[in-house]
Design a protein around this ligand. Structure first.
Ligand SMILES: Cc1cc2nc3c(=O)[nH]c(=O)nc-3n(C[C@H](O)[C@H](O)[C@H](O)COP(=O)(O)OP(=O)(O)OC[C@H]3O[C@@H](n4cnc5c(N)ncnc54)[C@H](O)[C@@H]3O)c2cc1C
Ligand SMILES: *[C@@H]1O[C@H](CO)[C@@H](O)[C@H](O)[C@H]1NC(C)=O
Ligand SMILES: *[C@@H]1O[C@H](CO)[C@@H](O)[C@H](O)[C@H]1NC(C)=O
Ligand SMILES: *[C@@H]1O[C@H](CO)[C@@H](O)[C@H](O)[C@H]1NC(C)=O
Length: 535
């Protein structure tokens, strides 16, 4: 890593930026994901003219990443628009005619749905048996009932008892197990299947919350995440279209790609340094010298700013907060970063020459019978594939070809990321052969997968409230720095936005968009006089 010196190679023409500085605050947004783009768009539309976005990678979109293979588009990140009315992403898609088709019903029947317009879920065991439909339905109802109970702790302020360790996983496993074991109508064999299904459902749930396991997800806070009513939509031409629409209203010169930020110097720490070593920096434009914030990029450029909006993921903050901020973040902020959770959910797309599944099958769910009595689900490294919970069938085949989309989360997802394509394809195929009881399934002709956990610009998929954290930590994460008595006097030097800073909608694209708009609104309010006299 290069070490940088404070120097004076400001790229702006000092005269013009001097004039601008008197009227216009300089705002730098870090990250060109949905939060960063939404913030910049709102700022520009309100009349701010000095807005810059610094993005580490060579593309915009962040955790929205659509990959075109042949005619089809595959989503390595966000896939569904969750809910309709009041969801800003839905409205963007709807207003721009992107919703020609929906996956109505998908994921919206109960918590984990068995049916969709295009078929039914197949629950298969490692002995190559399909679990009978009625057993699956009974279990699913039971699971959804207990899922509903998990919501009540937050929603009704129900106290959590000690045995459940404030963990969604521990609570759900205990309650579902007791009910399965107490059911007089089931044979021992059926009970055993249902006990094994608990683990599979918890793996699915864990993929949905991007946790290592549901044992890490806080029971008392689980119900705070709020679902926007309505169907779940996909965007057939790619979720990236939403990103492109947001970016359309942002001039190209605003976005700097391949511009990783190394350190945010705030609280005038660089300005004080400049004063101290005045000679060394005498060629820095006069009006920049007193800037509250300087953003140090990996390429050693120092960018002065009045306000910076940080949108990097909670995973990046966890890993890098000590070096990313100078001076270091206040203890309260650090605690929030450490307590809140983010882990990895990855997708594995497998394309087959021919479908080996029946046309009514919309997904293959892997139920390991030997896990019926297991407690927490962590596997030795070589058994990472036991964490893959399911493969969805992408529909319709005319659009996607014969493609399965697999899900894996947690530590095991990180191990999968380290394997090569060949190993993952071979391992998944072997698993499909075992569970379908069909040893002749040929290897897929193509594999495509995500690696959100090891990617240094993400370090995880999306956030959740980990045991020991709460919505109050989300608020603390979102609070601008330095802290002030009232929002009226807050200097708003360092602001935080991004999926993880939204108390009700964390982990989603709409949460990211709204969090960007929220931070823009703080600055719009702060400068309302200036913005008004301009127009
Ligand atoms: C596998 C997966 C599936 C998902 N499915 C859905 C779904 O179906 N529906 C849904 O609504 N949501 C889904 N999400 C969540 C959704 O994608 C995210 O919540 C949202 O995209 C996050 O946007 P953001 O702007 O907060 O963060 P990001 O998109 O992470 O943007 C932050 C940006 O900061 C950049 N950055 C990081 N470090 C630096 C640095 N040092 N300097 C400069 N730039 C930096 C990153 O490169 C990135 O572009 C999914 C996510 C994943 C990973
Ligand atoms: C769970 O709660 C929802 C909303 O309160 C309700 O519509 C649904 O029927 C409940 N499901 C089960 C299985 O109890
Ligand atoms: C910010 O600067 C002020 C004034 O120099 C100082 O009192 C304060 O401790 C600094 N805050 C941090 C977090 O370093
Ligand atoms: C996820 O959880 C595992 C197990 O606790 C941990 O090793 C890993 O660092 C976590 N982080 C990410 C980004 O997956």
């Amino acid at each position: 890593m290069q070490s940088c010196e404070i120097s004076a190679d400001s790229t702006d023409d000092p005269l013009s930026s001097g004039l601008r500085r008197k009227r216009q605050p300089r705002i730098v947004v870090i990250g060109a994901g949905l939060a960063g783009l939404s913030a910049a768009k709102a700022l520009l539309e309100s009349g701010f003219t000095d807005v810059t976005i610094l993005e580490a990678t060579d593309r915009i979109g962040g955790r929205v990443q659509s990959v075109k293979l042949g005619h089809a588009t595959f989503e390595l990140g966000a896939t569904w628009i969750h809910g309709s009315h009041g969801n800003p992403v839905y409205h963007l898609a709807e207003d721009n005619g992107l919703l020609e088709e929906t996956t109505d019903g998908e994921r919206s029947v109960g918590r984990i749905s068995l049916y969709s317009k295009n078929g039914v879920a197949y629950h298969l065991t490692n002995n190559g048996q399909r679990i009978p439909k009625d057993v699956v339905e009974e279990f699913s109802d039971l699971y959804n009932e207990v899922y509903n109970l998990t919501q009540e702790f937050f929603q009704r302020g129900k106290p959590v008892n000690a045995e459940s360790q404030n963990s969604v996983g521990v609570f759900t496993r205990d309650v579902v197990r007791k009910r399965v074991k107490a059911d007089p109508d089931d044979t021992e064999a059926i009970k055993r299947l249902k006990l094994a299904m608990i683990q599979q459902y918890l793996k699915v749930e864990s993929c949905e919350s991007s946790s290592h396991s549901m044992d890490e997800v806080s029971l008392s806070e689980f119900g705070e995440w709020t679902e926007i009513p309505g169907a779940h939509h996909i965007i057939p031409c790619g979720f990236i279209k939403i990103v492109e629409i947001l970016a359309r209203s942002i001039p190209e010169s605003v976005i700097q790609l391949r511009k990783p930020v190394k350190c945010i110097h705030w609280n005038q720490s660089v300005s004080k340094e400049i004063e101290r070593v005045a000679d060394h920096n005498s060629d820095l434009p006069e009006e920049d010298k007193g800037s509250d914030v300087f953003i140090e990029c990996e390429d050693c450029e120092f960018i002065p700013a009045d306000h910076v909006i940080v949108t990097v993921s909670l995973g990046v903050l966890k890993k890098r907060h000590e070096s990313l901020f100078h001076p270091r973040l206040p203890e309260e902020k650090v605690m929030a970063i450490e307590k809140l959770g983010i882990n990895t959910t990855d997708k594995i797309f497998l394309e087959f020459e021919e479908p080996f599944w029946s046309s009514e099958c919309n997904s293959i769910q892997f139920v390991w019978e030997d896990e019926a009595e297991s407690e927490s689900l962590t596997y030795p490294e070589e058994l990472w594939y036991k964490k893959i919970c399911s493969f969805d069938v992408l529909y319709p085949p005319e659009r996607y070809g014969h493609v399965l989309s697999g899900w894996i989360c947690g530590e095991e997802a990180l191990i999968m990321e380290k394997c090569d394509d060949e190993t993952v394809a071979e391992t998944c195929t072997e698993m499909l052969r075992k569970f379908t009881g069909n040893p002749n399934i040929p290897k897929p002709r193509r594999i495509l997968r995500s690696s959100w956990g090891s990617n240094p610009n993400f370090r995880g998929s999306y956030s959740y409230t980990q045991v020991g954290s709460s919505g109050a930590d989300v608020e603390k994460l979102a609070k601008p720095l330095p802290y002030a008595e009232s929002s009226k006097t807050a200097p708003m030097q360092v602001m935080f936005s991004g999926e993880a800073t939204h108390r009700k909608y964390y982990s989603t694209t709409h949460g990211a968009v709204l969090s960007g708009q929220r931070e823009a609104a703080r600055l719009i309010e702060m400068y309302q006089d200036l913005l008004q006299c301009r127009s």
